[in-house]
Design a protein around this ligand. Structure first.
Ligand code: VG1
Ligand code: CO
Length: 527
């Protein structure tokens, strides 16, 4: 079928600068005529090489996903893309999309998601562009896309009716091939190469009580393929496993606030051995054990400390990385085990060069994100399987046993993040500025029994491509004992959010099981 390419005249929008993870705005903003088109064309104009190549497209299934996908398909055909790989119904989790980009050696991919932000006509929408290799576009590229979006005058589409994406199979759009795939199979195949599925199957068959909450978002079908079809668990382990365009009216952010029911069942009522949840686009994870929740910083440290139990890392790892605000629990493991520990700015894209170079195998963020070198995004279900693999390798031990053992070996980094939402940009800047002004004078000053050892504004030089990222958050260190971090969020869609991160290390045996609040309150007062 031949289809005519149409050039459509447009005018620029001024606000298409991406944040920590893609361009994220209210649905109403994305629904404006030309808004999505301008951004997508700016990508095609800025990042050459799409002609004759493969593109991956999919999203978390939220409201407006279907419409946006058809727009991108028609623009891809006009841009001369040879083949688009798209998920059935246009659905792909963020890690599954990264995997498909790698598997098909695609030139790039578009993932439509605003992660855990609420969906629906009044909710949020977003788009992330990923490059070959499956990682989100680096800042140099997103800056160029932003610059292009401010001068754009036309975009191109082809004239063709929408494509049916309800079944796997191949169709044509103009001269472009649209390959619609069931990505749950590809994804589960990848997981089978990373974990000891036999051991996990045996664990699940041994009376181990487990639940996974997909929060009505993208991971339901992936979780069914993994836990039910391949690992033999009953369907009843799945909660909220049907993706809904409005996420059931919920807020698919897997934490103790938004996954409160699951937390109450496992942590308070101690009703299950192990439970987990994931977010809107499937890249975040929450880990719960009978009677306790595992903080993401510690989950990262525990997974890295026990990497050898996973078949992929039988011989150990060369290195691991954490985002700057993530607690130094990982560093304590690295120091004892002798692997490298890297500290990068917030946002998964900063891990990608290190992963590509083989310098790190495992990485994570305090914001419920953990992952490895199997893809170039954080991966919620990967983290859940990593924990199951770990539990399977330590028969008879509970999550609580594993944590206590970990704290005895490495100490416990008590940790908390406080979010100050709904601020004006000026208010947020003023708070940042007042601390920024004081940084130089802080070292040597004492607060209670803590003395500031270093205070600075975090900047990062990428060791692989020497790119530089400045203004990545303010940090005040009290040696290894404690740390305060303050930074501005880059994922909001209205107003400004400040995040305050508090961390305190305790190593004495009697200090390993204190209430987090009790340990951190003095530090909060100092902050
Ligand atoms: C937040 C988190 C950050 C994460 C980002 C994207 O960014 O703090 O660690 O990488 O969200 O996560 P910010 O700038 O608001 O602090 V998401 O799941 O898109 O899945
Ligand atoms: Co997410």
């Amino acid at each position: 079928m031949h289809a005519a390419v149409r050039s459509i005249t447009t005018t620029p929008f001024e606000d298409q600068q991406v944040g920590t993870a893609g361009l994220r705005k209210r649905v109403q903003v994305f629904k404006q005529p030309h808004y999505l088109e301008n951004f997508v064309q700016s990508v095609f104009d800025t990042h050459p090489g799409f002609e004759g190549s493969t593109l991956v497209v999919g999203g978390d299934g939220r409201y407006h996903n279907d419409v946006a996908i058809q727009t991108i398909l028609s623009m891809a055909a006009a841009a001369g893309v040879q083949r688009v790989v798209v998920g059935v119904d246009g659905i792909l989790s963020t890690p599954a999309a990264s995997h498909l980009i790698r598997k098909h050696d695609a030139h790039g991919g578009f993932v439509l998601s605003a992660s855990h932000n609420p969906a629906g006509p009044e909710g949020d929408f977003g788009i992330k562009f990923s490059v070959r290799g499956g990682g989100q576009a680096p800042s140099s590229l997103t800056d160029a896309i932003y610059a292009r979006s401010r001068t754009i005058t036309t975009y191109r589409q082809i004239d063709a009716p929408p494509i049916d994406l309800s079944q796997p199979g191949e169709t044509r759009l103009g001269s472009m091939i649209v390959l619609c795939v069931d990505s749950t199979r590809d994804y589960a195949d990848l997981m089978e190469t990373r974990f000891d599925f036999d051991a996990i199957r045996a664990l699940l068959a041994s009376g181990f009580e487990f639940a996974f909450d997909a929060m009505h978002a993208v991971t339901g079908p992936y979780a069914r393929e993994l836990f039910v079809n391949r690992l033999g668990a009953p369907e009843s382990v799945l909660r909220n496993a049907t993706p809904l365009p409005d996420f059931g009216g919920g807020h698919p952010d897997p934490n103790l606030v938004y996954a409160a029911d699951l937390a109450e069942e496992v942590v308070t009522r101690q009703g299950l051995d192990f439970a987990a949840a994931s977010d809107g686009d499937g890249d975040r994870n929450m880990i719960l054990g009978r009677g306790l929740s595992v903080s993401p910083c510690e989950s990262l440290a525990v997974i890295a400390a026990n990497a050898r139990c996973m078949p992929a890392y039988r011989n150990g790892i060369r290195g691991a990385a954490r985002s700057m605000p993530t607690s130094r629990a990982l560093d304590a493991v690295a120091a004892q085990q002798g692997f490298a520990a890297h500290e990068t700015p917030t946002g998964w894209k900063f891990f990608c060069n290190l992963l590509d170079a083989g310098d790190i195998q495992i990485c994570g963020e305090e914001s419920f994100g953990t992952g490895s070198d199997h893809v170039r995004e954080k991966d919620g279900l990967w983290a859940v399987l990593a924990w199951m693999n770990l539990l399977a390798s330590r028969p008879g031990q509970s999550v609580a046993d594993i944590m206590l053992d970990h704290w005895r070996t490495y100490g416990r980094h008590y940790y908390e993040r406080h979010d100050y939402e709904g601020l004006s940009a000026e208010q947020a800047e003023r708070v940042m500025d007042s601390l920024r002004q004081r940084l130089a004078a802080l070292p040597g000053q004492s607060f209670d029994d803590l003395t500031v050892s270093a205070a600075d504004e975090f900047a990062y030089s990428d060791p692989i491509d020497n790119s530089h990222a400045q203004g990545q958050g303010l940090r005040v260190c009290f040696g290894d004992a404690a740390r305060i971090v303050l930074r501005k969020s880059g994922t909001g869609t209205s107003g400004a959010t400040l995040r305050l991160y508090l961390e305190c290390l305790r190593q004495d045996p009697w200090e390993l099981r204190l209430p987090t609040q009790e340990v951190l309150t003095p530090l909060a007062v100092i902050a």
